[in-house]
Design a protein around this ligand. Sequence first.
Ligand code: TYC
Length: 104
Amino acid sequence: MAGTGEKGQEKAAVLERQKVARPPMYRVFLLNDDYTTMDFVVHVLESIFHKSAVEATQIMLHVHKKGAGLAGVYTRDIAETKVEAVRSLARERQFPLKCVMEKE
Ligand code: TYC
């Protein structure tokens, strides 16, 4: 029967793998510090992470109280671009805001 030989099973395994494969995802976090203004962190979350004003404020306050907070989860290239955008904007405004990513 077609597709049940050794080669057919290999092909079926490849097709199954292709069907379920997901790219690794990366969590992007903002870290608290004593100098970056709350307004700037909210602006970062709105402009770079496309959060609403309410959600951005909630995340900023979480970071302020707990030390770190999740800004978003992305594929590696997008996560790297977000981290670099935060660092660039923070540097421009002379804030020490830290942004890091970690693999899920
Ligand atoms: N802790 C800062 C302040 O009191 C506010 C802040 C929040 C800074 C979140 C960084 O990622 C941050 N001005």
